[in-house]
Design a binder for this molecule. Structure first.
Ligand SMILES: [Zn+2]
Length: 113
């Protein structure tokens, strides 16, 4: 019996999903908006379009030509806030029976699938 759960088994609670518009609320990209490309619940991180892009210098191999490739880095979920499609403001969401609800305008962000 293990007393503690292993760190990588932990799932972070997030109301942000793939395809959402989010705004960065911390870090060097603060205030920027982007679309969520991928969510990693186990890491509590996500990838946002055009945010935290890291340039990697790839050495040429047989498969790759080499050069600089741009890759979106993973950012912690805590650094982003969902942008409500109804009021266009970064807002907190709550889970309701109908789906996710914007706390600012009380509109349903999306329906439960
Ligand atoms: Zn709203």
């Amino acid at each position: 019996m293990t007393k503690f759960k292993r760190k990588n088994e932990k799932k972070y609670k997030t109301k942000i999903r793939k395809g959402d518009m989010v705004m960065l609320i911390a870090g060097k990209d603060k205030g920027k908006k982007g679309k969520v490309l991928e969510v990693f619940p186990k890491e509590g991180r996500l990838v946002v379009e055009r945010i935290n892009v890291v340039k990697r210098h790839q050495r040429a191999t047989r498969e790759f030509q080499g050069g600089i490739i741009e890759k979106a880095g993973r950012i912690p979920v805590a650094k982003v806030m969902l942008v409500c499609p109804k009021c266009n403001e970064p807002s907190r969401v709550k889970r309701a029976a109908e789906g996710r609800l914007c706390k600012r305008c009380n509109e349903i962000v999306d329906k439960v699938k």
